[in-house]
Design a protein around this ligand. Structure first.
Ligand code: ZN
Ligand code: MN
Length: 442
């Protein structure tokens, strides 16, 4: 039995940073606020309270959909998704079912591979359960400050085939959201939450088999997304060898991620959509757009500099290589820092880029200090990009085990090359800088 392919789809929830909540005027800024101080009858789900949709949240959802090359749906609707859980005071979540704001879209990975987006819809967040011990007793408390905060859900098709692709998809999505300025998309703070669904294609040389779908919950960093998927791939393959159960309707399960133990654990057998008894939200009218609305959004999205635009601009404006531009635009902070430095020291664009990418300056310098560091440090010997390339290639050929390990999914096996380069040049270069010289068959 052989593992042919890993199949990964991602559901991502992003909290929008609108001033008010999705269906009421309470503040949506709930992080670190005193519990239950930002609530009203609507977001507490009290009888008779009526929802009024937040226009800005809808605009932002559509902008995100357009950034993902999605199709705006001319007729959209909110639906009730019914389920019982203590953090959901109404007993249903207002979400969207068969008429979401956006259908079909695309997200391109650096390799050129396209990940299809199935849908982008808008819904409301739930309250937060806090498990604590008070007077020696284990209790669960509920904070409703988060209840009703606008939440965009982005669902991909199962087009990713490795944990690295899933990680890159998420990082790119985060960059897009941040460049639109619609959310901090901070995973550690729960502003961006992702749930990968993973299964495998295996083969005995004659026939193909598919392992049952598993959805993984509670992942709060990019690093853990990768770890959780890698763990799950291993676990599913071993499980299939043992019990040979194939994917079929109704046998999808949900597993939690335990970051301390580094394992996934069974949470529950998955509800099917019809368990949620979706039906149209009767308190909110249907939402329809005119051609003019749609034209306006398309004009609007043109005003934003999306990650790939920024990368192109860095290449043309500052004369950087594709690689340099990609690293520097990986997050907003680094890109802003670089541009600030370049503004002070005209003509040193490439030098500054190398300094930042290769971490050759002391950490946490202000742009002014960094420029000063350049002009005063004669000790740092200059190594051109080409020289560094040569050195990496030479070391890779002297240590073939590093590349072999990397090809087998052990990224850390390139650590030896990083160490050798540090010894020879004093530079700490990112693994990616080395990896680009290794071809990985997909
Ligand atoms: Zn409220
Ligand atoms: Mn959802």
């Amino acid at each position: 039995m052989e593992l042919v392919k890993t199949i990964i789809g991602l559901e991502v929830h992003v909290e929008l940073k609108t001033n008010s909540k999705m269906f009421c005027s309470c503040s949506a800024d709930h992080f670190d606020k005193e519990s239950n101080t930002q609530t009203c009858p609507t977001c507490l789900g009290l009888p008779g309270a009526l929802p009024v949709p937040n226009k800005k949240a809808i605009d932002w959802t559509i902008l995100l959909g357009l950034a993902l090359e999605g199709e705006i749906q001319k007729n959209a609707r909110f639906d009730r998704k019914n389920y019982f859980y203590p953090d959901l005071p109404k007993g249903f979540q207002i979400s969207q079912y068969d008429k979401p704001f956006i259908l079909r879209g695309n997200l391109k990975l650096v390799s050129g591979k396209n990940i299809r987006i199935r849908r982008v819809h808008l819904e409301e967040d739930t309250g937060k359960l806090l498990h604590e011990t008070i007077d020696g007793e284990r209790v669960t408390l509920i904070d409703f400050n988060r209840s009703g905060v606008p939440l965009v859900e982005i669902v991909s098709e199962p087009d990713m085939n490795s944990s690295d692709e899933a990680k890159e998809y998420l990082e790119t999505l985060q960059k897009i959201v941040q460049s639109l300025g619609i959310s901090s998309a901070d995973m550690e703070k729960g502003m961006m939450r992702c749930e990968p669904t993973v299964n495998l294609e295996v083969s005995d040389g004659k026939s193909k088999f598919y392992t049952p779908l598993v959805e993984i919950k509670n992942i709060n960093s990019f690093r853990f997304v990768k770890k959780a998927i890698d763990f799950e791939v291993d676990r599913q393959f071993k499980e299939f060898l043992e019990i040979k159960i194939e994917k079929q309707k109704g046998n999808k399960t949900t597993r939690g991620w335990d970051e301390k133990k580094g394992i996934t654990f069974l949470q529950r057998a998955k509800e099917e959509a019809n368990d949620y008894r979706y039906f149209p939200e009767p308190d909110i009218p249907l939402i329809g757009w005119s051609d003019r609305d749609i034209r306006n959004w398309k004009l609007e999205i043109g005003k934003y500099e999306l990650p790939w635009d920024k990368k192109k601009r860095f290449i043309s404006q500052y004369g950087l290589s594709e690689y340099q531009a990609r690293i520097l635009t990986q997050d907003k902070k680094t890109a802003g820092y670089y541009e600030e430095c370049v503004r002070i020291a005209n003509g040193k664009e490439v030098e500054i880029a190398n300094l930042i990418i290769n971490k050759r300056a002391p950490e946490n310098l202000t742009p002014e200090e960094l420029i000063k560091f350049i002009s005063t440090s004669q000790t740092t010997q200059e190594i051109t990009e080409e020289k560094l390339d040569e050195l990496i290639k030479k070391l890779l050929s002297e240590h073939p085990e590093a590349a072999i390990g990397y090809k087998n999914g052990k990224v850390q096996s390139l650590g030896i090359i990083v160490g050798l380069i540090k010894g020879k040049t004093g530079m700490i270069i990112p693994i990616e800088r080395i990896a680009k010289f290794i071809s990985v068959e997909k």
